[in-house]
Structures are given as C-alpha cells and as structure tokens.
Design a protein around this ligand. Structure first.
Ligand code: OGA
Ligand code: MN
Length: 244
C-alpha cells in the first residue's frame, strides 16, 4: 500500500499513471447503471456528490465494509489506485488490513482445516451495501452471483500465503452446509478485526493511494452526508488468477 501526497491529476493523467503498472480493468458501472465518466470507462468514482441532479459516483457517504475490489469476478484486479480530489473535513477515513498477517495469525489446526477450500465472493452487493447494476438481489449465498476462489491464496509475486475473503455478505464455502459455512466464515472474519493488522489513512486533498488488491482488504468510515467527497479510482488488471 503506497501513499503519494500532493498530487494534481486529471482523470486522463490518473489513467496514464495507472497504466505504468499494467493494463487497466474497466470500472464496474455505477449503481444507477451509468458510466462514471464519458469516454473513460477505466474511471470509477467514489462519491456522494450530486451534479445536475445525478450522483457523480458510487458508495454514498455511509460506512463501507471490509472488501477486496471486484473479487466477484474470476480475474480480479491486482491493484487499485484511489485519488483524493475532494475530502470531507472529518470522517471518511479508509482502513487497509494485511491479509498475510491475518493468515499467519490463524491457529495451525484452522489453517489445516481451510487448506484446499474455495470461497464464493459475492457479486450482488457492493461494499456500500448497494445492489449492483443488473443483479436480482438475493441473500442466499449458495445462489447469489459471484466467483469461487481458493480461501488461502499464494501471492504470485511474493510467494506468501494470505487469507482471501473478499467480503462477508453472501460469502459461501463451497460444498459446505450453509450453517457450517457461516460458522467457519464468522471464525475467519473474527481475525480480520484486530487493530494490529490494519492501518487507516486520513485523507488530504491530492493524496493518491495505490494498494495491492490481493493481499489487503479495505473499508471506509462514514462521513457527514452534507460534506463533499470525490475520489476517482482506477483498477490494474491481475496477471494471474487467484490460486492456492
Ligand atoms: C474503493 C473503495 C473506499 C473509500 O475505491 O475501492 O472501496 O475510502 N473506496 O472511498
Ligand atoms: Mn473498494
């Protein structure tokens, strides 16, 4: 996770800088079904701001839950880049959790138990709790759309093992009875909430943050709905499918 302060970037410059790290993924469409920026399908905008009666971006002003970006796809981005164009005077901080550390903290018997399992990463809801465009909402994790990935993945560049959870809502451990799946997921998630594994950034205008979307998860604090927050984002294509 890297933080570059004091940047001044147009959307085109954000795309150009992001491309130095690899090809880009197109952004998911907005909750309303519209593209964020005409002619720049790579740009996702996190925002609560209305412009000409329409929302500029996604995720609103509420809390967003711990998640990995776009892991409901078979090939999630390897990294995301988020740029602080406008930030509220308070709140709206973003936390990052180290999923290598979470994996390493698991007891040995739990590590043995989860080796070889696959988990479904839900494609129904985004991290702000909104239903994705074109999806019929369902709260049955066995039937909801999503992608299965190994629960323990090996990072393709560092070779280190990490817990790969995606997000909690509608997650499902393949082949498990629903109750057993829920119980195991609750146990695993209980390790992610330890303060020592996370770092929270307090945004300043001009901050550009690049995170490894494979070995971290992130979340956001809520903020005053009447304050403005505008954060364009790009996502850098994964070079290898998540694998054990
Ligand atoms: C994101 C995201 C959280 C935030 O851009 O992927 O989850 O702090 N953002 O806005
Ligand atoms: Mn995100």
């Amino acid at each position: 996770m890297l933080l570059f302060r004091g940047q001044q970037l147009t959307d085109a410059e954000l795309i150009a800088f992001s491309r130095r790290f690899g090809e880009l993924d197109l952004a998911p469409v907005q909750e309303t079904g519209r593209r964020f920026v005409a002619g720049m399908p790579e740009i996702y905008i996190v925002s609560n701001v209305f412009k000409d009666g329409e929302l500029l971006g996604s995720l609103g002003y509420g809390e967003s839950v711990w998640h990995t970006d776009m892991s409901y796809l078979p090939d999630p981005p390897m990294a995301s880049m988020l740029y602080a164009l406008e930030v509220p005077p308070a709140g709206g901080n973003t936390g990052f959790v180290n999923m290598y550390a979470v994996y390493e903290a698991l007891p040995a018997d739990l590590k043995r138990r989860i080796g070889g399992l696959r988990i479904k990463h839900d494609g129904t809801y985004n991290s702000g709790g909104y239903v994705r465009q074109g999806v019929a909402p369902s709260d049955d994790p066995r039937k909801s759309p999503g992608a299965f990935h190994p629960l323990v993945c090996t990072h393709p560049e560092t070779g280190r093992q990490m817990l790969y959870l995606g997000r909690r809502r509608n997650a499902y451990i393949e082949h498990f009875d629903l109750m057993e799946s829920e119980a195991l997921l609750d146990t695993l998630w209980s390790y992610t909430d330890r303060a020592e594994f996370a770092w929270h950034t307090v945004w300043r205008v001009g901050d550009l943050v690049l995170w490894d979307n494979r070995c971290t998860m992130h979340r956001r604090d809520p903020f005053d709905p009447t304050a403005r927050r505008v954060m364009p984002r790009t996502q850098i294509k994964g070079q290898a499918r998540p694998s054990a």
